[in-house]
Design a protein around this ligand. Structure first.
Ligand code: NAG
Length: 172
Protein backbone atom coordinates (compact mmCIF):
# COMPACT_ATOMS: atom_id res chain seq x y z
CA UNK A 1 0.00 0.00 0.00
CA UNK A 2 2.73 2.42 1.00
CA UNK A 3 4.83 1.48 -2.02
CA UNK A 4 1.86 2.05 -4.30
CA UNK A 5 1.08 5.50 -2.88
CA UNK A 6 4.72 6.43 -3.05
CA UNK A 7 4.90 5.36 -6.68
CA UNK A 8 1.75 7.32 -7.53
CA UNK A 9 3.15 10.37 -5.82
CA UNK A 10 6.42 10.03 -7.70
CA UNK A 11 4.66 9.78 -11.04
CA UNK A 12 2.54 12.78 -10.14
CA UNK A 13 5.58 14.79 -9.14
CA UNK A 14 7.60 13.96 -12.23
CA UNK A 15 4.66 14.88 -14.42
CA UNK A 16 4.17 18.13 -12.63
CA UNK A 17 7.82 18.95 -13.21
CA UNK A 18 7.72 17.87 -16.85
CA UNK A 19 4.63 19.91 -17.53
CA UNK A 20 6.24 22.97 -16.03
CA UNK A 21 9.44 22.39 -17.96
CA UNK A 22 7.52 21.66 -21.14
CA UNK A 23 6.30 25.22 -21.41
CA UNK A 24 9.84 26.36 -22.14
CA UNK A 25 10.20 24.12 -25.15
CA UNK A 26 7.12 24.99 -27.20
CA UNK A 27 8.14 26.06 -30.67
CA UNK A 28 6.72 28.63 -33.01
CA UNK A 29 4.14 27.32 -35.38
CA UNK A 30 4.47 27.53 -39.13
CA UNK A 31 1.11 27.66 -40.87
CA UNK A 32 2.25 25.68 -43.93
CA UNK A 33 2.89 22.66 -41.68
CA UNK A 34 -0.86 22.03 -41.71
CA UNK A 35 -0.68 20.25 -45.07
CA UNK A 36 1.73 17.70 -43.64
CA UNK A 37 -0.77 16.35 -41.11
CA UNK A 38 -1.29 12.65 -41.05
CA UNK A 39 -4.87 11.56 -40.80
CA UNK A 40 -4.88 10.83 -37.09
CA UNK A 41 -8.27 11.80 -35.71
CA UNK A 42 -8.15 12.07 -31.95
CA UNK A 43 -11.09 10.98 -29.87
CA UNK A 44 -12.27 13.65 -27.47
CA UNK A 45 -15.11 14.38 -25.08
CA UNK A 46 -16.72 17.75 -24.67
CA UNK A 47 -16.19 19.20 -21.19
CA UNK A 48 -18.41 22.25 -21.23
CA UNK A 49 -17.97 24.18 -24.47
CA UNK A 50 -20.02 27.35 -24.02
CA UNK A 51 -19.70 29.75 -26.95
CA UNK A 52 -18.70 27.30 -29.67
CA UNK A 53 -17.90 23.68 -30.38
CA UNK A 54 -14.97 21.51 -31.35
CA UNK A 55 -15.59 19.58 -34.57
CA UNK A 56 -12.41 17.55 -34.82
CA UNK A 57 -8.92 17.25 -33.40
CA UNK A 58 -6.29 15.94 -35.79
CA UNK A 59 -2.81 15.19 -34.63
CA UNK A 60 0.36 15.03 -36.72
CA UNK A 61 2.02 12.30 -34.66
CA UNK A 62 0.92 8.71 -34.41
CA UNK A 63 -2.20 7.56 -32.65
CA UNK A 64 -3.55 4.28 -31.43
CA UNK A 65 -7.36 3.89 -31.74
CA UNK A 66 -7.85 7.64 -31.44
CA UNK A 67 -5.43 7.99 -28.53
CA UNK A 68 -2.55 10.37 -29.16
CA UNK A 69 0.81 8.68 -28.74
CA UNK A 70 3.17 11.41 -27.54
CA UNK A 71 6.66 10.26 -28.33
CA UNK A 72 9.23 11.79 -26.02
CA UNK A 73 11.71 14.12 -27.68
CA UNK A 74 9.37 15.10 -30.54
CA UNK A 75 7.51 18.25 -31.48
CA UNK A 76 3.85 17.70 -32.25
CA UNK A 77 0.97 19.78 -33.45
CA UNK A 78 -2.79 19.41 -33.10
CA UNK A 79 -5.29 20.79 -35.59
CA UNK A 80 -8.35 21.83 -33.58
CA UNK A 81 -11.17 22.43 -36.05
CA UNK A 82 -13.86 24.43 -34.26
CA UNK A 83 -16.75 26.84 -34.67
CA UNK A 84 -17.26 29.90 -32.51
CA UNK A 85 -20.77 31.27 -32.03
CA UNK A 86 -19.36 34.75 -31.50
CA UNK A 87 -16.79 37.03 -33.07
CA UNK A 88 -13.74 36.95 -30.77
CA UNK A 89 -10.71 39.22 -30.77
CA UNK A 90 -8.95 37.51 -27.85
CA UNK A 91 -8.47 33.75 -27.42
CA UNK A 92 -6.23 31.82 -25.10
CA UNK A 93 -5.57 28.19 -24.36
CA UNK A 94 -5.70 26.74 -20.88
CA UNK A 95 -4.35 23.21 -20.71
CA UNK A 96 -4.40 20.70 -17.85
CA UNK A 97 -3.20 17.12 -17.55
CA UNK A 98 -4.57 14.33 -15.38
CA UNK A 99 -2.96 11.03 -14.47
CA UNK A 100 -5.07 8.17 -13.05
CA UNK A 101 -7.25 9.40 -10.18
CA UNK A 102 -5.18 12.46 -9.43
CA UNK A 103 -6.56 15.96 -9.93
CA UNK A 104 -5.90 17.99 -13.08
CA UNK A 105 -2.51 19.71 -13.02
CA UNK A 106 -1.98 22.92 -15.02
CA UNK A 107 0.15 22.54 -18.12
CA UNK A 108 1.29 26.09 -18.91
CA UNK A 109 1.94 26.68 -22.61
CA UNK A 110 4.77 28.86 -23.82
CA UNK A 111 2.36 30.45 -26.28
CA UNK A 112 -1.14 30.32 -24.79
CA UNK A 113 -2.24 33.13 -27.13
CA UNK A 114 -4.31 31.37 -29.78
CA UNK A 115 -4.39 34.56 -31.88
CA UNK A 116 -0.62 34.42 -32.28
CA UNK A 117 1.40 32.05 -34.51
CA UNK A 118 -1.24 29.32 -34.37
CA UNK A 119 -3.10 29.51 -37.66
CA UNK A 120 -5.91 31.85 -36.55
CA UNK A 121 -6.48 35.43 -37.63
CA UNK A 122 -8.18 37.47 -34.92
CA UNK A 123 -10.82 38.72 -34.64
CA UNK A 124 -12.17 35.33 -35.61
CA UNK A 125 -15.51 35.04 -37.39
CA UNK A 126 -18.51 33.33 -35.93
CA UNK A 127 -20.33 30.44 -37.54
CA UNK A 128 -17.47 29.23 -39.71
CA UNK A 129 -15.16 26.31 -39.12
CA UNK A 130 -11.64 27.44 -38.21
CA UNK A 131 -8.37 25.65 -37.57
CA UNK A 132 -6.34 26.34 -34.47
CA UNK A 133 -2.94 24.64 -34.64
CA UNK A 134 -0.93 24.80 -31.43
CA UNK A 135 2.47 23.14 -31.19
CA UNK A 136 3.74 21.12 -28.23
CA UNK A 137 7.19 19.92 -27.36
CA UNK A 138 7.11 16.43 -25.84
CA UNK A 139 10.18 16.59 -23.65
CA UNK A 140 12.43 13.58 -23.20
CA UNK A 141 12.06 14.04 -19.42
CA UNK A 142 8.34 13.19 -19.52
CA UNK A 143 7.44 10.00 -17.68
CA UNK A 144 5.76 7.16 -19.62
CA UNK A 145 2.17 7.50 -18.47
CA UNK A 146 -1.37 7.69 -19.74
CA UNK A 147 -2.72 11.19 -19.39
CA UNK A 148 -6.07 12.89 -19.99
CA UNK A 149 -5.43 16.28 -21.54
CA UNK A 150 -8.05 18.94 -20.88
CA UNK A 151 -7.83 21.67 -23.52
CA UNK A 152 -9.87 24.85 -23.11
CA UNK A 153 -9.95 27.65 -25.64
CA UNK A 154 -11.25 30.67 -23.76
CA UNK A 155 -12.54 34.04 -24.89
CA UNK A 156 -12.00 37.40 -23.21
CA UNK A 157 -14.92 36.81 -20.84
CA UNK A 158 -13.37 33.52 -19.70
CA UNK A 159 -15.99 31.37 -21.43
CA UNK A 160 -14.88 28.20 -23.18
CA UNK A 161 -15.27 28.43 -26.94
CA UNK A 162 -14.47 24.74 -26.62
CA UNK A 163 -13.42 22.42 -23.86
CA UNK A 164 -12.17 18.97 -24.81
CA UNK A 165 -10.85 15.99 -22.88
CA UNK A 166 -8.30 14.11 -24.99
CA UNK A 167 -6.76 10.82 -23.94
CA UNK A 168 -3.05 10.52 -24.66
CA UNK A 169 -0.18 8.25 -23.81
CA UNK A 170 3.42 9.29 -23.41
CA UNK A 171 5.98 6.80 -24.72
CA UNK A 172 9.72 6.64 -25.24
C1 NAG B 1 4.31 18.09 -36.49
O1 NAG B 1 4.27 19.51 -36.47
C2 NAG B 1 5.37 20.10 -35.81
C3 NAG B 1 5.13 21.59 -35.76
O2 NAG B 1 4.97 22.14 -37.01
C4 NAG B 1 6.66 19.73 -36.52
O3 NAG B 1 7.76 20.30 -35.88
C5 NAG B 1 6.79 18.22 -36.55
O4 NAG B 1 7.93 17.84 -37.28
C6 NAG B 1 5.56 17.60 -37.19
N1 NAG B 1 5.65 16.15 -37.08
C7 NAG B 1 5.45 15.34 -38.13
C8 NAG B 1 5.54 13.89 -37.85
O5 NAG B 1 5.20 15.78 -39.24
Amino acid sequence: MFIKSFFTFFVFLSCLLSFTCASHGVRRFEVDQKDKFQNCQLSFKDCGSKSGSLKSATYNGTCNSGIAVLKRGTIVSIDFSFISNQVEDTLKSIVHGKISDLPFVPFPLDNPDACKDSGLTCPIKNGVQLDYLPVLNVLSTYPSVNVIVKWELQNKAGDDVFCALIPATITS
